[in-house]
Write a protein that binds this ligand. Sequence first.
Ligand SMILES: C[S@@+](CC[C@H](N)C(=O)[O-])C[C@H]1O[C@@H](n2cnc3c(N)ncnc32)[C@H](O)[C@@H]1O
Length: 185
Amino acid sequence: MKKNFILDYAHHLLKEYITSSDIVVDATMGNGYDTLYLSSLSKKVYAFDIQEKAIEETAKKLSENQVNNVELILDSHENINHYCKSYKAVIFNLGYLPNSDKSITTRTESTMSTISSILPKLSIGGFIQIVSYTGHEEGKRESEALHHFLNHLDTDTYKVIKINLPYQDNHPPHILMVHKVKDES
Ligand SMILES: C[S@@+](CC[C@H](N)C(=O)[O-])C[C@H]1O[C@@H](n2cnc3c(N)ncnc32)[C@H](O)[C@@H]1O
């Protein structure tokens, strides 16, 4: 994969917070780069995608790397809670598969619905990581909806961090980290 500063930085953050006893979720497996990385940090990964192609690519990567702590699930991330009872973290790399059908992209409504359903299930210390893209129409809509939603979270319960490249052209992606630091009241 072409080196991308923000994606590398997102991985760097995951390493800080995920330990070998954690169960984690990759909500958008795609070509499996994030799933493979998560598998090296954690006890178990549940990875979701709605495309057969993503499952095939990821299964190939995992097999080449002799990884066996990952469950690949051909389903929307909206159903995460049907498959996993608890998890330390859920990561999203939004948008569409590079060099693939751009119409199969994450959608604002389902992304927001999943994020709202995950937050109450996180324990203290749990987090969501989102890599968000504003360089295409649906990505822009998704990003605006996310910012609106996150802006209304209880700031005692959730600490939201945004990492971006403010001085770079061409709509670089940004990272949102949502850390749960207190139970919801
Ligand atoms: C930018 S790619 C993910 C890249 C990936 N994490 C990697 O390491 O290669 C976004 C992926 O989200 C998937 N996707 C779109 N809507 C989804 C949904 N509702 N549930 C799960 N995956 C979805 C797309 O099929 C696509 O493979």
